[in-house]
Design a protein. Sequence first.
Length: 353
Amino acid sequence: MKPSARVCRLFIAAALCFAAGCYNRFTENMSGLKELSDNDSSMLEASVFLESERKATLRNLVMEYDNRKQQYTINSGDALAITVYNHSDLSIEKTVVTTDGCIGMVLVGQLKISGMTLDQASHAIEKRLSNYIRNPKVGISLLDIKSETASISGAINKPGMYTISQGMRLADLVALAGGVASRLYDGQILDAVDYNKSVFVRDGKLLPVDFAKAINLGDPDDNIQLHKGDYIHLATRDNSMVYLLGDAKKPQRRVLMPGMGLLELISSSGGINETHWQYVIIIRGGVDRPKIYKVDIDAVLQGRKPNVLLKSGDVVYVPHDNITEYNVFIRKLFPTLQVFNMISTPMFWYTKI
């Protein structure tokens, strides 16, 4: 069977594009890879966090916590030095608060000090010693904090709860926990983490941390200092997938690689059938709040329009022949009530990138 004129034209266009240097053999991406922006009329994402806004929000949340951070209180596991002035025989170079929150001293006996500040604990010891010493003066120094911990979970080699020392930062905790986990994906050993879906929770609030900048670059704005009770979850790359359905040679699910575009996804499946419709459909946002994007794939293949940068969770559907099959697909994919809402809403057209 001879190839159709349409297929021949697409093949020639692709060949010319490669010959003209549109393909970067080092990155394996077509040049002109375009990500939708806030100013793009065919934008999919209605709410995008601008970088300046993200950093300002992060700074404000960190400052808000620091301003109302409570004074340190003693807890089990903390190491203290206790000085009884003018009575060196009663002083203790180092004592560790027991699991039940107590310390032991000569003349004082067992004294529960967990939950107290250093000043409160000093006064409690002085009160006990006053039964034996006139006007005792006690000073307490903090040697080591074992009670202040932060937790890290997800795509990390040693998830768990870790003691945080003074000045410890996010990247330090990741290193302490054995670093980011790696896994085998599509025959390659890659980091298992999806930084874009990872979360940093402090005092019940999400901090908009750029994990890639914090962990890989040590950016001081994002590599923030840790505090007691911080919770970090590094999302796994398993959740960072894209899907190709419909009139493709090999419909599939693939791990979303950095910089992956529509052309890379299609080429990895062996291409699309010659019976495909002129447009492919990108469904972004999941079935709960979907946004539909109509892409002129013939124009992309011919180099008349740039490649489209994919995002995690994108479903790329290649309809067969015309819009009829697309309508059937939509009706099967989404609940009936949502279909009526979507039909009444104009589609986003890929025309002004």
